[in-house]
Design a protein. Structure first.
Length: 309
C-alpha cells in the first residue's frame, strides 16, 4: 500500500504525506474555514508526534488505545475541555478519512468516546447596557462612522466577526433592510436588521467609506484605514474599546454581541427556530444555550425582587 501526495509516491510510514492529503481533503472536500483547517492540521500533527514518541512509525499503529493515550496526555497537560472536544472530533474525522482511503483496516475513531465541551453561559449585555454602548457619542469622523456601523450591524444581526469582515457593499439590501451573509461551510443566509443599523450604514457608506477607498478596496463594505478590507483583529479592538467607554459594562468581543443579540431576541419573544436561522446555527441545540441565559436572568430578577425568593 502506497500513499500518493503532491505528484510523487511516498511510503505509508511517512506522516507528512498523510497530513498533506488530509489537508487537501479538509480544504477542497469539506471546505473548512482557514481557522478550523489550521486547528485540525495542528491536532493531527500533535497525534503524529505522540505516535512517534510511542515508537509507531506509520499509520498501522493507530488504534483506539493510541487515540485515548494521546487525549489523556492532552488532559494531563491541562488542555481545556473545549480543546479536548475539538481534538476528539478531529480524530474521528481523520480516522474515517484514513479508513476510506484504505490506509486503516478499521476505523478506530468509531470507538472513541465524545468529549463534551463545558457549556458555560456566555456573558451578555442587558438591554440598557447595549443601548448605552450604541448611543455613546463619538467625533463623527470616518473611523467613528465605520465603527458605529459595525457595532450596530453586529448587534442587529448577531453575525460572526468573520462574516462581518467578508461583507461586500452589494450584500446590503437597503429597501428590504436585510444583509446577505456567507457563513460556515459557505452557507448563505439572509438576515434582517433595523432602522438604527440602516442609518449607521448609510452614514458610513455616504460620508465615511468614500474617504478611505483606494485602488485595492474593491467591493468590501468595511475598510481599514489603508483602504483594504477590514480584518477581524481590528473589529475585536473596536468592540472592546467601545464597551470600555461605558462604565460598568462587561468586557467582551464581537462574539459577545452575537450572544447579546440572540438573548435579546428570545427575551423579546422570538421563537428558537427563527433565532437559529438568523445566527446560522446548523443545530438547534447550539441555539438553545440562549434559553438558559434568559432563564438565569429571570431567576436573578426573581431572587432580587420577590419577597419570598
Amino acid at each position: 500500500m502506497r500513499i500518493v501526495a503532491a505528484g510523487e509516491e511516498r511510503e505509508a510510514g511517512e506522516f507528512g504525506a498523510v497530513l498533506e492529503q488530509f489537508e487537501r481533503h479538509l480544504r477542497l472536500e469539506r471546505d473548512l474555514s482557514p481557522h478550523t483547517l489550521r486547528a485540525y492540521l495542528g491536532d493531527v500533527s500533535s497525534l503524529f508526534a505522540h505516535m512517534k514518541a510511542a515508537g509507531h512509525d506509520d499509520l498501522s499503529g493507530l488504534d483506539v488505545v493510541v487515540l485515548r493515550d494521546w487525549l489523556g496526555d492532552q488532559h494531563q497537560a491541562g488542555r481545556s475541555r473545549a480543546t479536548l472536544a475539538r481534538r476528539s472530533a478531529c480524530a474521528r474525522v481523520f480516522t474515517a478519512f484514513c479508513h476510506r482511503r484504505g490506509w486503516l483496516a478499521s476505523d478506530p475513531g468509531l470507538l472513541l468516546g465524545t468529549a463534551k465541551a463545558e457549556r458555560r453561559l456566555p456573558k451578555v449585555l442587558d438591554q440598557a447596557e447595549a443601548e448605552a454602548v450604541l448611543s455613546a457619542q463619538g467625533p463623527g469622523d470616518a473611523r467613528d462612522l465605520r465603527d458605529r456601523a459595525m457595532l450596530e450591524l453586529l448587534y442587529a444581526t448577531g453575525m460572526r466577526v468573520g462574516e462581518l469582515c467578508g461583507l461586500d457593499v452589494d450584500d446590503v439590501d437597503r429597501d428590504r433592510r436585510t444583509v446577505r451573509v456567507l457563513g460556515k461551510g459557505r452557507k448563505e443566509r439572509t438576515v434582517p436588521f433595523g432602522l438604527p443599523a440602516l442609518h449607521a450604514l448609510d452614514a458610513w457608506c455616504v460620508r465615511g467609506r468614500p474617504l478611505w477607498i483606494r485602488e485595492g478596496s474593491g467591493t468590501a463594505l468595511f475598510l481599514g484605514v489603508r483602504g483594504g478590507r477590514i480584518d477581524q483583529g481590528t473589529v475585536r479592538r473596536v468592540v472592546h474599546a467601545h464597551l470600555a467607554q461605558v462604565e460598568g459594562t462587561p468586557d467582551m468581543g464581537p462574539h459577545g454581541l452575537r450572544h447579546t443579540a440572540a438573548t435579546h431576541l428570545l427575551e423579546g419573544g422570538a421563537d428558537l427556530r427563527s433565532v437559529q436561522e438568523m445566527l446560522g446555527h446548523a443545530s438547534l441545540a447550539t441555539t438553545q444555550i440562549y434559553t438558559h441565559v434568559s432563564i438565569e436572568r429571570l431567576r436573578a430578577a426573581y431572587r432580587q425582587a420577590h419577597p419570598r425568593a
